[in-house]
Design a protein around this ligand. Sequence first.
Ligand code: COA
Length: 257
Amino acid sequence: MSFDNILLEKNNGLATVIINRPKKLNALNKATINELHTAFKAIEDDESIRAILLTGSGEKAFVAGADISEFADFSVQEGGDLARQGQEMLFDFVENLSIPVIACVNGFALGGGLELAMACHFRIASENAKMGLPEVSLGVIPGYGGTQRLPQLVGKGKAMEMIMTAGMITADEAKGWGLVNEVVPQEELLALGEKIASKIMRNSSTAISAAIRAVNANFADGINGFDIEIDAFGECFGTEDFKEGTTAFLEKRKPNF
Ligand code: COA
């Protein structure tokens, strides 16, 4: 599978997706969104993959936002379509992927870039990373889920301030706010991502996928997350992984998922 705007590497059960438009600070144009959708779908269909890292190429940016040059002359209808299609194809798609996706924020994560990082299951960042939702400085609002996911992660007050000021926060501030889980020097970022992924990959992938569904249900309208958790918990009892996990514990050995 070959792409023009992203790179996809697979190694020992871990897929690394790299957004690769460094000259445009990895801005998300339509082609890149399409390719990311294709890549994530292919990874989900590949049974050998148990975790995904998402990062940007170069040392400056994760993603500096949606590609402003593509939508500057859009109509009301086209603007709405852009947000809806992007949310469905990429942002909601990543959030609901059954395989854990860790955003490795290696530089600017602005606008759609921060929204993409927030759609991942969790985030780690390099010391030079800067995060923000600058859309109102362009006369528009976040349209790829930012008004919803930022308050979920940092609380309503901080989200309102970030959105209204269009300002950027540092990686350390983002960690203090709960937006990223860890901050490390840039050269250590992917190694940390791999270390966390290797811990995840030791566990049951069917149970992890059920946990993603249950946690996400907490943030979905009109759904009782406790009911989803009960159903998903029950379903685990019918899996090979449950048999292996409990048997291994009782036999005092490590499980082989
Ligand atoms: N869309 C399209 N192109 C973008 C872009 C975006 N969101 N962000 C950066 N680029 C392009 C620049 O136009 C420039 O292209 P050029 O060399 O062909 O002129 C290139 O990437 C490098 O960016 P530049 O602005 O020269 O780098 P900088 O170091 O001076 O500034 C930023 C870095 C991130 C502060 C600045 O690029 C910026 O503010 N980007 C837009 C952020 C934004 O508003 N995102 C939300 C969009 S909804």
